[in-house]
Design a protein. Structure first.
Length: 462
């Protein structure tokens, strides 16, 4: 199943006239003096991370780092973030990697990874958009870390399922009660399929059945905690996590999925206004769920560990409601919903690209609009003289050389559609990649089994 990141509406473009048409030479000078060149955007054996040590003082008092991306379909985003994860784990003591992917599946990975190949682990825990050869070294690294005194734990923050959690529950539960194992598999399959529903009445019937089944499964885990725990003795958090996921399934079925079923209904009816409205409500409910999971992970499950979060820019930035993008509604997001104490402990890193081709969630290629008009953020950032670089915004004070980050300026979402963003308001730092291309996917996409995404619009003209 594909992850959903932007609301569907007719693709328009903000006029270039809305962006400043000139650039202050002092901006360029400040960027040249403060940008940190990135020597490599690929993980490598024996890497000493010499070019990443600028992060050491910036993250000294930051317990959580959010790694964003303006596209889910850029190979160089994937590889550069894998390298960042390895550095953060090896050198700065970050012990948990949380993905914008399946809540249950990524928690189950900590138990299953010992007996799976890295490719199997990746396919069982991540959405198809991230099942790429560029991310595969990350799963090789995670598996290897599990044999050390410093294992990298994985966690999921998305209520949307990958689809493999039912198999994990069945194999586990059937050791105690085969009927419960089969019930878990059937119910998870229904939960995954619920995002394809367009018949509201039919869904409402299944909704009641799923809620009852998850309540029964939750009660089963409560009554058989000791016996179930003995089956996976090395996973001391497994029972707590499983019960949380089962309860969250009920929350998702009740409060989140109905919005997407409504969207599907109006989408098929051709009612653009009501389908967009339902889609916005779904995105709000989904980010509310992700914020809830982040609170639980940071406060309850891993209260003392340092955490890395891998997600799209629009989920992690600090104030999505203050951005402007004609291709989607600026709904409240995960970053905006976090508790103040979590925000204070966090560093938000946005990733953007200069040129090349990336892929949409359905893997269709889309070219980055290039060259960039004077005054747009890409044009300003490219004046550093480095192909790939990082620039910290968190320590910058407002003056003539930094005024570009304090005003609303255009930058490309997914490399194709302009949105207006005040960078200082949204991010603590920016990682800028010069050239991107489509990832190498490890398998063919599940054609016909992907949630509708950009399917009712055409690629915008340059």
């Amino acid at each position: 199943m594909m992850i959903i990141c932007v609301a569907i509406s007719p693709f328009l473009a903000i006029s270039h006239a809305q962006a400043e048409s000139t650039e202050n030479p002092k901006w360029h000078q400040w960027l040249k003096e403060n940008a940190q060149p990135i020597e490599s955007i690929r993980p490598a054996v024996g890497d000493v991370y010499r070019d990443l040590r600028f992060f050491d003082p910036l993250l000294k008092n930051k317990r959580i780092i959010f790694l964003g991306e303006s596209s889910h379909g850029a190979a160089q985003f994937n590889s550069s973030k894998v390298r960042l994860v390895k550095y953060l784990h090896e050198k700065l003591g970050y012990q948990v990697l949380a993905f914008e992917s399946g809540l249950g599946e990524l928690f189950a990975l900590n138990t299953q990874i010992y007996k799976q190949s890295p490719t199997e682990s990746m396919k069982n825990s991540l959405f198809e958009i991230w099942q790429t050869k560029e991310i595969l070294p990350l799963f090789e690294y995670i598996k290897k870390s599990k044999t050390t005194n410093n294992p990298l734990q994985t966690a999921g923050i998305d209520m949307q399922p990958v689809g493999s959690y039912g198999i994990f529950l069945k194999e586990w539960f059937q050791n105690i009660n085969p009927q419960m194992g089969n019930l878990a598999k059937r119910t998870e399959d229904k939960f995954t399929a619920s995002l394809y529903h367009s018949d509201i009445k039919s869904f409402q019937q299944e909704q009641k059945q799923m809620i009852y089944a998850y309540q029964k499964l939750y009660q089963f885990t409560k009554e058989n905690e000791k016996e179930l725990a003995k089956i996976h003795p090395d996973s001391n958090q497994l029972m707590k996590v499983t019960q949380y996921v089962l309860q969250d399934r009920i929350h998702s079925i009740t409060n989140v999925i109905p919005h997407y079923v409504t969207y599907n209904y109006y989408f098929q009816e051709g009612n653009k206004s009501l389908s967009n409205e339902a889609y916005d409500q779904y995105n709000i409910a989904r980010d509310q769920a992700m914020a809830k999971h982040m609170v639980w992970i940071t406060e309850k499950l891993y209260p003392k560990q340092k955490i890395i979060v891998w997600a799209h820019n629009l989920h992690i930035r600090k104030a999505n409601t203050k951005t402007e993008n004609p291709n989607r509604s600026s709904v409240i997001n995960l970053g905006e919903l976090l508790l103040p104490k979590i925000k204070k402990q966090s560093y938000i890193l946005g990733l953007y690209m200069n040129r090349g081709i990336s892929a949409l969630n359905d893997r269709k290629p889309i070219a980055v609009r290039f060259p960039h008009p004077t005054g747009r953020m890409e044009s300003i950032l490219s004046k550093t003289g480095y192909p790939n670089f990082f620039v910290d915004l968190s320590q910058a004070k407002k003056h003539e050389g930094t005024s570009w980050m304090f005003s609303k300026r255009a930058i490309l979402d997914w490399g194709a559609w302009e949105e207006q963003v005040v960078f200082k308001q949204q991010y603590d730092g920016i990682l800028y990649i010069d050239q991107v291309n489509i990832p190498q996917y490890v398998d063919k996409a599940s054609i016909g089994r992907t949630v509708p995404y950009f399917s009712n619009v055409s690629i915008p003209k340059k």
